[in-house]
Design a protein. Structure first.
Length: 235
């Protein structure tokens, strides 16, 4: 007889016995006990970074309701997962549901990394290509067994830079986070951003230059701290 606690928990939507919907993000191990844990989030606040954890045992075990045993969390296999929610998971570099193999988008054609000769251009390159690099990283990770979109070394480079940018805009560059989101994730042009915020193009370009400059300083500080040079040099 199979142990119900050994069954596989997939990323996707689940309905709890009380009717509430949740989204399972991924599995993890408890750092102290080593117990299998489920990382999930309530569907009603899916746009917030409010992740919850529950042991796999608790997640899978039945619950007694009105004198009857019922499944605690039932997988909703027919429920369509919204693309904006998938994008939000990808933006957090979290696992997303496995999807069927699809052709590689034209925008994800090969490009060389870290070819900038100065930190300002490095910062600009990371921002301009952020969404493409993010998708390419997720594409490579999800479909690695079928074919390689990025080499192992490129995966390491892209992941390192994506994590660094995310951390910067969550901390020291927090004042620019919304600007970065609208310009380089939602892909608003400078003209459309200016119209949306009742600004002129010059003001938007000035904000962007300041953001690039501050990010370039942080990239330089990272290299100094790590004892590395991540820009292209002539030496």
């Amino acid at each position: 007889m199979n142990n119900q606690y050994d069954k596989r928990v997939y990323a996707g939507y689940y309905k709890r016995y009380d009717g509430k919907l949740f989204y399972v993000v991924t599995m993890a191990k408890d750092g102290v006990t080593g117990e299998d844990m489920v990382i999930y989030m309530p569907y009603s606040i899916r746009n917030d970074e409010n992740y919850l954890t529950i042991s796999k045992k608790q997640f899978c075990e039945p619950v007694m309701v009105d004198g009857k045993l019922r499944t605690r969390y039932k997988r909703q296999t027919q429920m369509r997962i919204e693309q904006d929610f998938i994008d939000s998971l990808e933006n957090d570099l979290l696992p997303t549901p496995k999807r069927k193999r699809v052709p590689r988008p034209d925008e994800e054609k090969y490009r060389e990394y870290r070819t900038a000769t100065n930190y300002y251009d490095y910062a600009k390159d990371l921002c301009v290509n952020y969404l493409v690099d993010l998708r390419k990283y997720k594409f490579s990770k999800n479909y690695y067994d079928d074919f390689i979109a990025l080499s192992k070394k490129e995966m390491e480079i892209v992941y390192e830079d994506l994590k660094f940018i995310k951390t910067c805009f969550q901390t020291v560059l927090r004042d620019y986070a919304e600007f970065f989101n609208e310009r380089f994730i939602k892909r608003l042009s400078i003209r459309k951003y200016a119209e949306a915020h009742n600004m002129n193009r010059g003001s938007v370009e000035n904000i962007q230059r300041k953001m690039y400059k501050k990010l370039s300083a942080l990239l330089y500080e990272r290299d100094q701290a790590d004892g590395k040079v991540r820009i292209k040099t002539t030496e």
